[in-house]
Design a protein around this ligand. Structure first.
Ligand code: SF4
Length: 300
């Protein structure tokens, strides 16, 4: 259960692993309108200007929950649009008020990470900001363009490395099924995503995270409208599993400290482990799922 202080505007989203975090809104909505996403379509994007008000909410959480807050997640969809000095000030304040705080995290867009200097990111990490969740979706520039992600493979790789060097844990979320039932495009999406994963590998021994999700077409999204008029047809679950297989198959065998996780509810198959170390096991599990009739029945 999340800790909340009534500062949030519905609808509210956060990564599954932040289910026990205190949610503090420092922005509302999202700067982007990706075609597959309906998360913040009803919200006009804004950066909250009143820092004292945000601090009062952080104080209020202390009064309500005492020393129990161990994680804080900054809402909404792109907290890195906030100026670095303010992000640092708010992060420091969170640690001052909540002495048992272990993790401070947020969603961020690659473009806004890249806009921050290495020094700013270092200072943010020193202030106690620990993790960023980035909707990568794909390593394929054509797919990124088609879904209006507003970034590309080069920028995503750079954003990951800037976070690695600062010591901010990088969690990259990929999206299986984005190319619909076009098998050729699906394969390219998978291979380019693997290429990006290989490019994102840190040079120093730190943990980083890769989590593929499976496309669920959300009513209200542009993709939903495309599906309604027959412009987009989703791929079968076998095609999605093949896409996952191809993605893993093309990752470097020697990737280190890359925590790979497909246990999000949208996925057909739950895999968890280290991408380099457990690569062959993951591939075998996907093969079994593809070939085994029981898996097909389970999907039904
Ligand atoms: S996918 Fe992420 S960046 Fe794109 S609109 Fe949704 S929240 Fe914003």
């Amino acid at each position: 259960m999340n800790f909340v202080v009534g500062n949030l505007t519905e609808p509210v989203f956060r990564p599954p692993s932040e289910w026990d975090a205190l949610l503090i809104a420092i922005t509302n909505g999202c700067t982007h309108r990706c075609t597959f996403c309906s998360m913040y379509r009803t919200k006009k994007f804004e950066i909250r200007k009143d820092i004292d008000e945000i601090k009062r909410e952080i104080d209020q959480a202390r009064a309500l929950y005492g020393n129990r807050v161990r994680k804080i997640f900054f809402e909404d969809g792109n907290a890195f649009t906030v100026k670095s000095e303010l992000l640092i000030e708010i992060t420091e304040y969170c640690h001052k008020v909540h002495p048992n705080l272990e993790k401070v995290s947020a969603y961020a867009h690659a473009k806004d990470i890249v806009k921050k200097s290495d020094e700013e990111l270092n200072n943010l990490a020193d202030a106690g900001f620990t993790m960023v969740y980035v909707g990568v979706e794909s390593g394929d520039d054509d797919v990124l363009k088609a879904c209006k992600k507003g970034t590309n493979q080069d920028e995503l790789a750079l954003a990951a490395h800037k976070c690695h060097q600062a010591g901010i844990a990088w969690s990259g979320i990929f999206l299986l099924g984005l190319t619909g039932n076009d098998k050729e495009k699906s394969r390219k999406h998978a291979i380019e995503s693997a290429k990006l994963i290989n490019r994102m590998a840190p040079v120093k021994p730190i943990k980083w995270y890769v989590s593929p999700l499976t496309l669920e077409i959300a009513p209200g999204s542009e993709l939903w409208a495309q599906q309604q008029c027959g412009e987009f047809q989703p791929g079968s679950f076998i095609q999605i599993l093949e896409e996952l297989y191809t993605m893993i198959e093309h990752t470097d065998d020697h990737l280190q400290n890359c925590i790979f996780n497909t246990n999000h509810a949208s996925n057909y198959l739950s895999l968890k482990g280290e991408l380099g170390e457990n690569k062959q096991e993951f591939l075998r599990s996907i093969e079994v799922a593809i070939n085994h009739t029981i898996s097909k029945k389970r999907n039904w």
